[in-house]
Design a protein around this ligand. Structure first.
Ligand code: BES
Ligand code: MN
Ligand code: MN
Length: 462
């Protein structure tokens, strides 16, 4: 019987042409100017699922963008794998920093990807990775090797907080019933060191507005006598970290899971080259919370970061003005046990408290979500590890990631299912940044590896 490696080798060119077509679609969920493109993309995904061998495909309407659902049920007594992914992408801005247009995919070789990588918005996050699952299904169906039932749920609002899918999941528990959820929307260490993502951080995202005087003022006539909201806002933001880079919001760390020194020692075994890391980012030194390593700072520790800040005059030349308002967008990455809504409340309370007299502060919470940890003592994790052993010839390293996929903890709450995060991206993929790309080697390796998960998971369950 043909194995997945042979099938990939035979169909390589077609697999590439197909993903290129999908990447041409500007499915930017954040920008309503692209709403028709997002909807058209959902139809393309539905068609791809149908062609790959699903028996039943549905484009499910929501209050936002549609969810593409597909299934192939071969025997109700066999296990069911639910695949989750997203077909929406981040806005490509700033477009001028792209070497080629974000929705005109090109293949180029890079230092990390000597076999070539596809450059396009969504190549790695998440169209390329999601599509590996569609092609893995095609392989299993076309070669009669699908060992269990499969359901797909591909959404179009992940990059804007997965708000409507939460309702969809709550209302479709029976339909979405499964034994494990499979997601490829994260990364791995490298070809040489395959890893499986075992943790995601939670998120709380807020926007703040500081108002000083009721109108913009002449900075000579009024300067020094009234609060300048930009001066105040930056001061307030600076006070959110102390000199050890701990976050100063009272109660912020109360529920943070502290890892044992044994667990931390285990984590520290993962290969990491600090010099290469610094060099890749062109920084002289890393920076962060005292007492923790870089890999800890970006995975098991919570953070607070300003994502954008604006106000006042930013046009050409100089304008002497004290602005009436200043704004910032702030994200907090959270770790297991921190409740995102509680953290949002703590932020609102603290930020309002530290505002001096003379300004008004308004905090508007945006979306958020819980962190997640995948247990590694489960059949599902063992099956995933064995799949990587088969195709990489190495046992994967469990590794927690710093990113967030809020829906994952919701799956556990609503469906009682654990998620396995088979990420095939690389840190250097530039997701959310200009020149996003996805290594072809990883794309093909993903398609090759996924079917083994189905095989081992089904075997281990019987
Ligand atoms: N796929 C990413 C999350 C990710 C990437 C996790 C790499 C781990 C490794 C996802 O599409 C994403 O960007 N999530 C957002 C959160 C969302 C609520 C907008 C994030 O992490 O910023
Ligand atoms: Mn993603
Ligand atoms: Mn993303």
């Amino acid at each position: 019987m043909q194995n997945s490696r042979e099938y990939v080798a035979k169909n390589k060119e077609r697999f590439l042409t197909e993903i290129i077509e999908l990447l041409k679609m500007p499915s930017i969920s954040a920008d309503s100017a692209f709403s028709q493109d997002v909807i058209n993309t959902s139809e393309m995904v539905g068609k791809a699922l149908d062609e790959a061998g699903c028996d039943h495909v549905e484009i499910c309407e929501t209050d936002g963008y549609p969810i593409v659902y597909g299934e192939k049920i071969i025997d109700p007594n066999l296990p069911t794998v639910l695949v989750y992914g997203h077909y929406d992408v981040q806005p490509p801005d700033p477009v001028e920093l792209w070497d080629s247009p974000p929705f005109e995919p090109v293949i180029k070789k890079t230092e990390e990807h000597p076999e070539g990588a596809i450059f396009a918005r969504g190549a790695s996050d998440d169209k390329g990775q999601m599509y590996m699952h569609v092609k893995a299904l095609e392989f299993m169906v076309k070669t009669n090797q699908l060992p269990c039932n499969v359901k797909f749920m591909i959404e179009g609002e992940e990059e804007v907080g997965s708000v409507n899918i939460a309702t969809y999941v709550a209302n479709n528990k029976e339909k979405l019933k499964n034994d494990v959820i499979l997601i490829s929307d994260t990364g791995m260490i490298s070809k040489e060191y395959p890893s499986i993502t075992t943790g995601l951080r939670g998120l709380s995202y807020v926007e703040v507005e500081v108002t000083g005087p009721n109108r913009d003022l002449h900075s000579g006539l009024y300067g020094g006598a009234v609060a300048n909201p930009i001066n105040i806002l930056t001061k307030m933001i600076a006070s959110l970290h102390d000199e050890d880079n701990h976050i100063t919001i009272p109660g912020f760390y109360d529920k943070v899971e502290e890892l044992s020194s044994k667990e931390r020692a285990e984590m520290a075994k993962a290969p990491f080259d600090l010099n290469a890391y610094q060099k890749a980012l062109d920084i002289e030194s890393v920076y962060g919370e005292k007492g923790y390593t870089t890999n800890e700072r970006n995975s098991i520790r919570p953070t607070l970061d300003v994502n954008g800040i604006w106000g006042g005059y930013i046009g050409e030349g100089a304008k002497t003005v004290i602005p009436s308002k200043a704004y910032a967008k702030i994200s907090m990455r959270l770790v297991p046990h921190q409740e995102w809504e509680e953290i949002t409340d703590l932020f609102v309370k603290h930020f309002t408290n530290i505002a001096p007299k003379g300004v008004k502060v308004k905090v508007t919470p945006h979306h958020g979500g819980q962190g997640y940890v995948t247990p590694i003592d489960t059949i599902a994790y063992q099956a995933a590890a064995k799949a990587y052993e088969t195709t990489f010839g190495k046992t994967p390293i469990p590794q927690r990631s710093g990113g967030s996929i809020p829906i994952v903890s919701l799956f556990e709450k609503e469906l009682g299912s654990k998620s396995i995060l088979l990420g095939f991206g690389s840190d250097s993929d530039a997701i959310h940044s200009p020149n996003e790309h996805f290594g072809l080697w990883f794309y093909y390796k993903g398609i090759e590896t996924i079917p083994y998960f189905y095989k081992y998971f089904t075997e281990m369950n019987s």
